[in-house]
Every structure is written in C-alpha cells, then in structure tokens.
Design a protein around this ligand. Sequence first.
Ligand SMILES: [Zn+2]
Length: 363
Amino acid sequence: MQLRCAHCGHVEPLLTRRWRCVCGRPFVLEGVPEFRREAIQLHKRGLWRYRELLPPFEGEPVTLGEGGTPLLFGEWDGLRLGLKLEFMAPTGSFKDRGASVLVSFLRSWGVDDVLDDSSGNAGAALAAYGAHAGLHVRIFVPAHASAAKRAQIAIYGAELVTVEGPRPRATEAALKAVDEGAYYASHAYSPLVLEGMATFGYELLEQLDWHVPDNLVFPVGHGSFMASAYLAMKRMQSAGVLDHLPRFFAVQSQACTPILQAWQQGREDVEDVAPAKTVAEGITISHPVWGWYVLKAVRETDGAVFAVNDDEIIAAQKALASRGLYVEPTSAVPFAALKQLRKLIAPQELTVLPLTGHGLKSH
Ligand SMILES: [Zn+2]
C-alpha cells in the first residue's frame, strides 16, 4: 500500500511523517482491497465485519464496538427518509469509525504519542480509542468548543489544550507540536480515518439490501465524511455491486459557506472564508480539506450544495427531538435543508441522512 494525493497524484510511502501532500491536499490510500460482498464477515457485528475490505495491519483492532448503527425509516412532510443513527457510537459521534481504524494502525506501528486539533467530536473519539490502546493523546481545542465535549475529552485521560481565538489557531498550535515530534492523527487529513468512515457507505448499502438510495445528505465542514461515502460508493460501483451512484447533497451553515460559494460560482476549487458564529460549530471550517472533492461528488451525481441558518438548524434539532431523536445542532443541519432539497427530488425517492452527533454533547 502507498499514499497517493487525491488531487495531484503525488505518491508517498504509507509510513511517512508527511500528513498531507506537497500541494496541500490530503492523501488517499492506494492498494486497499477491492470491494467484495463475500469479504464481509457476517458473523461479526459493527465496523470490523468489514476488516477484509479495510487496509490490512498486524494484530487485533482497537475497538469499542463502533459501527453497526441503526437505519431508521420514516416519512417527513411527504418525504421518504432513512435516518442513520451515527450518534449511537461509543463516544456519541460518527468519528469513532475513523478513530478505531487509525488507532488500530498506530498501535500496530508502535506510535504512542499522538495529537489532533478538533472542535470536539474527533478529539473525543481519538481520546477514547487512544485511551483504550494505551497511547498518549493530546487534543487542541478552540476555546469555544462545548463544555461537554471538552469534559468528554479530558475524562478519557487525554491532555486537553485549550486554544484561544478562532478555530485555525488550534490547528496552528497542533502543528507546532507535530514539528516537535508527535504524530499528527488528523481526523481531516488522515487517509486511515477516511477508510474507517468509508464503512458507513458499505454498512448503509448492506442495510438497504444493496439497493442504491436516491439521495444522500451530509453536513459538511471539512467534507471528509461525504468524501468517504463517495469513495465507498465509487468502489462498490467499480466492483459491480451498484449500477449507479446516489445523488450527493452537501449542507453548510450559513455562517461558513466556502463550498457553497465555490459551487454557486462554478469554481472547481474552494477558497478560504472568514466564518461567523453559528450553533453548528462542528462544521465551522474556513479551509475545507476535502472541498474540491465534495464539489466533484456533487457535480458528478447531479447533487447540490445548500446552506441553512441557525434558526432553521435549531428548528430542525427540535423537530428531530419531537420524534425522540436528540442530536447536536451540527447534526441537525441536513434535516434543516429538507425544505430546499424537496424542490429537487421526487416524493417517492429515498433520502438518507446520517445523524452524526449526540445531543448530550452540545451543552
Ligand atoms: Zn498533491
């Protein structure tokens, strides 16, 4: 296996300290086993039933029981929805998929000092899996991260470094520590995190008995979750398991819309923006690492990019809670976009939304 830049094609060995390409874009893994339905280990539950579809490593996986999240069907305002309850993960968010795979590799490599910068959920996931594997974990969080998320990171025993100022300051502080020798276990850049998240796509199709859903709607900050789902769908299509792709829809907070702006202006690449304050702090990303890739997925599948405001996000959070589903505001973002989405889709279509993070995290 080796790393290849998803943008310019530059190649690096898997075991490199380079966490992104010289062109600034993220790497993807090359040489991952081809998708085969027969490779799924049906006697196992959760993410690791897909182990033979994941990049191989020596030893046992670092697992807390992630993956295998429920897919709940329902009707909302005349739309057919599939809600995938990713918040029902060990640390309460979909980030556990990536953390489980990344930390499994780190342990097999003997890496024991790792760090990430995060607004909360990725940090909590790395802290939990790192604790389980006995790694020293440092998480750089912006001071505006929710108190619940900071407390969650700290209780796993990770070193919590609170960084004042806007979100990019936490990244700058993290990179300084990387220069001093720690491993950058970046949830945004790591190709191993992307591979872990790709299991969402495999799992979804398995739950749908291999019928392609019509539409997938993601909350988008860095865009890595949507990128991983697109990658998973493309792999299943190449393997002949899917005969077409679902339409991909990306939703941003109106306070921070770098991808929406690029889409509206017909640009292939995304320019940095200065974000405003929003309740959807998990997707307040001014420099989206997977921005151009999200645009590719949207354009190739006849999707769209939307933005929603805080009032719509809070209303969506309450609407989900009125059905017993308590998610954090960031995770209500795709639901908040349904009004815009319904203008582009037919009522009988199946639209799948991941509900990414638990509501208890937002206090
Ligand atoms: Zn490159």
